[in-house]
Design a protein around this ligand. Structure first.
Ligand SMILES: Cc1cc2nc3c(=O)[nH]c(=O)nc-3n(C[C@H](O)[C@H](O)[C@H](O)COP(=O)(O)OP(=O)(O)OC[C@H]3O[C@@H](n4cnc5c(N)ncnc54)[C@H](O)[C@@H]3O)c2cc1C
Length: 596
């Protein structure tokens, strides 16, 4: 049975030492979140994820969800675990206090999300979808809608979903057919079928609030004619109690590769009563609130699954006796050494470690940008955070989820054949991880979003702000001997990204296939430069603390060694990426479609 221990030490280092969250206490949510309160929340979250959610992960995967008499039943123990989640008040942690939330920083919500996913991804998705839905209702809802839905959803008594996908319409939402016909009372009749709906139905809450994309007849063609609707599974009576079914039913449950404990439903809407959220035909804008939040949430799933897989691989590597160390026996009294002595096993563990810790820093930074965009008193600071966040969200979603799969696979590899056997739990991590590059916009689409929308947006303001952020750091640390080779290596990698950006500008316009062929590589190049920036800066902080005699010496020295690994074993990939970008589309597009 795999185990999980929440990485509280690393998170505390990031929140308190590296990012020094106290510096943001001019923002209302941070003013409330004192270091002591953050630590108390973190430790409580560690307890509940380790002791309540994690033990249900493997049995939940084996049992899965089932559909009985039109209702979805979650695996044994999920209902009781969910009740503990409700009692702990976790769902409303970052919610708006005006509607019953606790007003804590989004940054903290994001940390909680990591722990939940590491412990039990399938379970974590039920509250995760609710969080996304509350964000959309909070941003786009009328006061009446906010008062009606948010308190119950913050209390986790009602859950939420997002309904975009239809059988013939995935990436290209302009094709969607679900119809919304106006009723005389201002509501709409929603009719259509949605597929692959996560947490579409279950037995954990008394109601499910669906957010549904649909087209109002007579509206503009394509994505410009899409509107967003709130469609409760059960009608809600005037006194707030739960009424009859609202024409919403589960057609079937998808049989799938992983996340078996999360119900992926075919949802039928049969003249269900729906209420417009935001403006008519502006559904994509409203949905994007949910999707951006969700994309960050999915990015976290990437390193969260890597974290738990890595923890188990590290335990196994210290335990499994096989072969001798190349430099002579490390365990001479036994017949063989533990496999952790082998450089190839170390390579896998170090690659994972450098990814996970770098990714965690990037995600927490993104969380802070979310809080700044929502609360900062200074418009310029808000705008800059918004621009950087928009630029980096597809990078985080795509890179972290691709690497999450790779990391889960490397962790499995450390187990040899035992990794392939179910009882060790490693194959579940790999199966579960595989959905993240697919949903919330496939990773290919994230890359297209980055180069097609985010780079040129506002005359390239975001990418300029990004280059400036990293260049300013390089300039400030050039003469810092303690940074060793990191700064020159980071500067070279940044140069490659700048050159690749220039190449894209010159060659992407002339032939859009050049841009399309380069998009995935460019996104990964930007991810590595960003991670290099955070690794260099974390190393700076670790060195500073060591010099000042502060903190845990072993922990800080491990940070420095991992930084070293990142700079010499991972960042060099930027060279190859630049070459691939500049190779253009000729060989990518050269074959006739029929030749494949
Ligand atoms: C377990 C699971 C849970 C899900 N949960 C939800 C949910 O809660 N709500 C919801 O609405 N949906 C959900 N989805 C659906 C998911 O978001 C879609 O599967 C995804 O958006 C891709 O759509 P598609 O499957 O139709 O693939 P397609 O759109 O058919 O894409 C197929 C391939 O072609 C590529 N491609 C397509 N168009 C382009 C293009 N223009 N440029 C470059 N490449 C392109 C894609 O990247 C992909 O690799 C879920 C799916 C699964 C499997």
């Amino acid at each position: 049975m795999p185990t999980y221990s929440a990485p509280v030490k690393d998170i505390k280092f990031l929140l308190h030492e590296y990012f020094n969250l106290q510096q943001y206490n001019n923002l209302p949510s941070f003013a409330e979140a004192t270091p002591d309160l953050i630590d108390a929340i973190l430790e409580e979250a560690a307890k509940v994820t380790e002791n309540v959610f994690q033990p249900l992960n493997l049995p939940g995967d084996e049992q899965g969800c089932r559909l009985e008499n039109g209702k979805v039943i979650t695996p044994d123990g999920f209902k009781e675990a969910y009740n503990q989640y409700v009692e702990g008040g976790w769902q409303g942690l970052t919610g708006d206090p005006e509607y019953g939330g606790q007003g804590m920083p989004q940054t903290l919500g994001l940390v909680l999300n990591e722990l939940m996913v590491s412990a039990n991804w399938g379970f974590a998705m039920y509250p995760g979808l609710t969080k996304g839905a509350t964000e959309s209702i909070h941003t786009w809802g009328t006061e009446e809608q906010k008062h009606k839905y948010l308190p119950k959803m913050y209390a986790a008594e009602w859950s939420g979903t997002m309904n975009l996908t239809e059988p013939h319409c995935g990436t290209d939402l302009g094709l969607l057919r679900t119809k919304a016909e106006p009723n005389d009372d201002g509501s709409y009749k929603i009719s259509g079928t949605k597929i692959f709906i996560s947490a579409g139905d279950h037995d954990l809450t008394e109601n499910v609030i669906h957010l549904v994309l649909a087209k109002i007849p007579g509206g503009p063609e394509g994505v410009k004619g899409i509107s967003l609707f709130i469609v409760p599974r059960n009608k809600i009576n005037d006194d707030g109690s739960i009424g009859d079914n609202n024409g919403v039913s589960v057609g079937s449950l998808e049989e799938k590769m992983g996340i078996h404990s999360n119900a992926t439903c075919v949802m039928n809407f049969d003249e269900a009563e729906g209420y417009l959220l935001g403006q008519e035909h502006k559904g994509m804008r409203a949905m994007f609130t949910m999707m951006n939040e969700a994309r960050l949430g999915v990015a976290i799933q990437g390193y969260a699954i890597a974290e738990v897989a890595q923890q188990n691989a590290a335990i196994y590597a210290n335990d499994r006796i096989q072969g001798r160390a190349l430099t002579g026996a490390k365990n001479p009294d036994a017949k063989a050494d533990p496999i952790i002595v082998h450089p190839d096993v170390r390579r896998m563990l170090m690659t994972n470690r450098a990814f996970i810790e770098g990714a965690r820093a990037m995600a927490i930074w993104a969380g802070i940008q979310v809080d700044i965009t929502r609360q900062h008193p200074d418009e310029a600071a808000k705008n800059k955070a918004e621009e950087l966040l928009a630029l980096i969200t597809p990078v985080l979603k795509s890179y972290m989820t691709d690497q999450g799969v790779e990391a889960a696979s490397r962790a499995l590899q450390c187990f040899g054949g035992h990794g392939y056997i179910r009882e060790w739990g490693m194959e579940q991590f790999l199966r579960d991880s595989r959905i993240a590059p697919i949903y919330e916009g496939t990773n290919g689409i994230q890359a297209m979003d980055l180069i097609g929308r985010k780079l040129p947006a506002n005359g390239g303001a975001a990418i300029r702000a990004y280059f400036e952020m990293i260049q300013t750091f390089i300039d400030a640390n050039k003469d810092n001997d303690a940074m060793g080779t990191y700064i020159p290596l980071l500067e070279k990698a940044l140069g490659r990204l700048q050159a690749a950006s220039m190449w894209l500008m010159q060659n992407g316009m002339a032939n859009p296939d050049n841009a399309g062929a380069a998009a995935h590589y460019y996104l990964n190049l930007m991810a590595l430069v960003t991670m290099g920036y955070f690794w260099a800066d974390m190393a700076r902080k670790a060195r500073e603390m060591l010099d000042a005699g502060e903190g845990d010496t072993a922990f800080l020295n491990n940070k420095l060694t991992t930084a070293d690994f990142f700079f010499h074993h991972i960042l060099p990939e930027t060279s190859a990426l630049k070459v691939k970008i500049e190779a253009g589309a000729d060989s990518v597009m050269g074959l006739d479609a029929g030749a494949f």
